[in-house]
Design a protein around this ligand. Structure first.
Ligand SMILES: Cc1cc2nc3c(=O)[nH]c(=O)nc-3n(C[C@H](O)[C@H](O)[C@H](O)COP(=O)(O)O)c2cc1C
Length: 464
């Protein structure tokens, strides 16, 4: 594109621009627009600085997190930023990048740089994905809709969470041209699993990501200390309340009435907070009943939906043998998320899956778990190019993404940083976070002497 070419609409997904590494919305009338996302981003930021404007969404990863801490409620920040136990896995995930250094390689003509990759049968303009993050309504009312629009504007595939705040069909409608994957938590009810996958396929998702590491909810110290789990307030269950199979489960539960065999639930103290929680659940119940708040406050369905969800969410009884069922439920490619042990990677390949997603859930499940970056090379060796390997947990900036790609990841997924951007500035905030990571990746690619992601290999790094 020449510098004088008309500026495309900011939300247009334009995968074709990947060939020169130029992705994302262009700055209007910016001569740097033709020189790749890094020059364009630097130019945008520094030009705004001349009139005294600093980025609303901090570029520095630690400052980004601090700004989100100030902007979000204590509960929202704890839920997003927190990890399991003493949060040692979380720290180890980020620390693991410190074991690798990138070789600077000048004089190699890196004028043209290409960030594109092949992933799931298509050329993608960047090697990034957005990881599935549940309950994003805690960060911003537009939640997944805003994230989907931001992702689509860069041609970055968005992995929509099973615990999203909007039904998958609404997310499709928010960004119809955007690439989406659907993440499944394998519930205790197979009819529900099958129904969710049918909807994912019908709503245009390109693949199913089955998350395997959350068959028990991690010991989340911050959430426990605040006694706050968003699902108990009816948040993050929109995929369920919009699902016909789940709706039937809820109606059956209400019809049957209380389970006489179950031990009586501890009485809930009536406080202003109890009332606020009741109103929130009733409001969320609209998705299920189609009725207004007044009616939902009287209806048993919204509360029954929360209880049904808590009953069916995930199943610790799942085994490798069960996975075969997913093949009957969908013809989409299936990726397994939460693979860390190389033996599980081999097992996944034997099971015939279409991709392996190396993740420890950002340290939210096991405290003192193996950091994913340390496991990545051996997983890559086991997979041996047969299926794509997605990597996440601890990626905070473009140079982190570069290291994971050099260690053999096919694509790198961004998690918490985009939730912080969402909390700070909605759709625009997510866009800035993704843009900054891509810009730094583009610069790192060039300064390390590469012109494409395909060229980046382990010899780009030195282990210390
Ligand atoms: C607030 C939050 C919600 C998450 N929700 C989900 C989810 O619904 N499904 C899932 O597979 N992973 C979920 N994850 C894990 C992410 O997909 C990803 O593995 C993790 O964020 C990577 O770690 P990082 O953010 O520290 O880089 C969640 C993570 C966070 C921080």
């Amino acid at each position: 594109m020449s510098p004088s070419a008309p500026t495309p609409p900011p939300r247009a997904a334009d995968a074709s621009r990947g060939a020169s590494g130029r992705v994302g919305p262009d700055a209007p009338h910016d001569p740097a627009a033709a020189r790749g996302i890094s020059r364009r981003t630097q130019s945008e930021v520094y030009r705004a600085g001349i009139s005294g404007t600093r980025p609303r969404v901090p570029v520095d990863a630690a400052q980004l997190k601090d700004a989100a801490r100030r902007a979000l409620s204590a509960e929202a920040f704890a839920y997003i930023a927190g990890g399991a136990g003493a949060e040692r896995t979380m720290r180890a995930n980020t620390r693991a990048f410190g074991r690798w250094q990138i070789w600077p390689r000048p004089l190699r003509d890196v004028l043209e740089r290409d960030l594109s990759i092949d992933f799931l049968g298509r050329r993608r303009p960047t090697p990034l994905l957005l990881a599935p993050l549940g309950v994003m309504e805690m960060a911003h009312d537009d939640a997944d809709l805003a994230v989907a629009r931001a992702a689509a504007s860069f041609g970055v595939p968005y992995t929509l969470s099973n615990q999203a705040s909007f039904p998958m069909e609404a997310v499709r409608d928010a960004a119809p041209g955007g690439a989406r994957l659907f993440q499944l938590y394998w519930s205790a009810d197979d009819d529900l699993n099958a129904s969710l996958l049918r909807r994912a396929e019908a709503s245009g998702c390109e693949a199913i990501v089955v998350t395997l590491d959350t068959h028990l909810l991690g010991w989340r110290t911050r959430d426990l200390d605040l006694a706050y789990l968003p699902f108990t307030r009816g948040m993050g269950i929109a995929q369920y309340t919009s699902d016909p199979v789940f709706q039937q489960l809820v109606r059956d539960r209400v019809r049957k009435g209380p389970d006489a065999a179950a031990p009586p639930a501890a009485p809930v103290k009536l406080t202003p907070k109890t009332v606020a929680a009741g109103v929130k659940i009733a409001r969320k119940g609209a998705a299920l009943t189609g009725a207004g708040l007044r009616e939902n406050l009287r209806s048993p369905l919204p509360r029954a939906a929360v209880e049904t969800f808590l009953d069916v969410f995930s199943t610790p009884a799942l085994t490798w043998d069960d996975l075969a069922k997913a093949r009957e439920w969908t013809s989409l490619p299936i990726l397994l998320k939460g693979i860390v042990h190389p033996e599980d990677a081999s097992r996944a390949i034997d099971a015939g899956v279409d991709g392996v997603w190396v993740s420890n859930h950002g340290g939210r499940q096991i405290d003192q778990s193996v950091p994913t970056l340390e496991a990545l090379p051996s997983v890559v060796d086991r997979v041996d190019g047969r299926v794509p390997v997605v990597f996440d947990s601890g990626v905070r900036q473009g140079s982190d993404a570069f290291i994971a790609l050099a260690l053999g990841a096919t694509a790198v997924a961004i998690g918490r940083p985009y939730a912080y951007g969402l909390g700070l500035a909605g759709e625009e905030g997510v866009r800035e976070v993704v843009r900054n990571i891509l810009a730094e990746l583009d610069i790192t690619l060039g300064l390390s002497g590469h012109t494409s992601i395909a060229e980046v290999a382990r010899d780009a790094l030195r282990e210390i």
